[in-house]
Design a binder for this molecule. Structure first.
Ligand SMILES: Nc1ncnc2c1ncn2[C@@H]1O[C@H](COP(=O)(O)OP(=O)(O)OP(=O)(O)O)[C@@H](O)[C@H]1O
Ligand SMILES: O=P(O)(O)OC[C@H]1O[C@H](OP(=O)(O)OP(=O)(O)O)[C@H](O)[C@@H]1O
Length: 213
């Protein structure tokens, strides 16, 4: 019985390598240096598929992968249908924040009921956050480089991920609200968990035992 695990390149792959090792799984090659999208492992019954971070839940939802690792941000935007989410892996940690240009009086704009233009890759999270505060917003969907939007007049504010704060600082933006703490979670196809329980459960247990503090 083969287990297929969906991972994205970059930080999630790098931070998942030690978790895989705890389950006795060693990738045959690194996705950064290979153009292959299906990567074998030292275990003939385990393979990795390399997909965009935001596509991981979709592959697992439809059973094209049995397991996957995805950020809480991505999972909220996806909605989580068909996914069992047994474990917070405590990797790829960052914060979902509202940020504005230095000098922009955000509190004043909110207090006076201004209609804010908000650029983000995370419309679901942004919409819910501002609805909860009763702030009227126009959401502008972007796919990256959100920090640019307020600098060129596309938006008043952004909703984006912040880790070190270096990207905000480099673009003269400041964080004004913390929306959510983000980390990555293990997601499992609900049908696969039943049908392949004997193969999948030991991997889940090994991951659970190796979650970083
Ligand atoms: N600066 C960061 N520090 C720590 N974790 C982060 C950071 N930025 C993003 N993440 C987390 O890592 C996950 C993967 O991010 P990554 O940058 O690899 O993909 P992406 O570029 O956001 O996705 P896509 O390729 O679909 O556009 C995100 O969903 C988020 O949970
Ligand atoms: O606070 P910092 O440590 O500067 O990290 C924040 C940056 O990290 C993420 O981008 P990422 O590195 O994933 O780049 P990408 O969205 O272009 O892939 C996020 O979208 C921010 O731009």
């Amino acid at each position: 019985m083969t287990i297929t695990i969906a991972l994205s390149k970059g930080r999630i792959f790098e931070e998942t390598v030690p978790l895989l090792a705890a389950a006795g799984i060693v990738p045959a090659e690194a996705p950064e240096s290979s153009r292959k999208l299906i990567i074998g492992t030292n275990r003939p019954d385990v393979r990795l598929v390399i997909v965009r971070a935001s596509d991981v839940p979709t592959y697992v939802q439809y059973g094209a992968a049995d397991l996957g690792i995805a950020g809480r941000d991505v999972l909220i935007e996806h909605g989580g249908a068909g996914l069992y989410q047994p474990l917070d892996l405590n990797i790829a940690k960052c914060r979902m924040m509202v940020a504005v240009p230095e000098g922009f009086d955000y509190d004043d704009a909110v207090r006076h009921g201004a209609r804010l233009k908000v650029a983000t890759k995370y419309p679901q999270i942004a919409r819910e956050h501002f609805a909860g505060k009763g702030v009227h917003v126009d959401i502008i969907k972007l796919y990256g480089s959100m920090e640019l939007a307020p600098l060129v007049g596309l938006a008043d504010a952004i909703v984006d991920l912040v880790s070190t704060g270096g990207t905000l600082k480099a673009n003269k933006l400041v964080a004004v609200e913390h929306i959510l703490d983000i980390s990555s979670r293990l997601v499992v196809n609900q049908a696969a968990l039943k049908l392949k329980y004997q193969a999948i459960q030991p991997v889940l247990d090994a991951f659970a035992g190796a979650v970083p503090a």
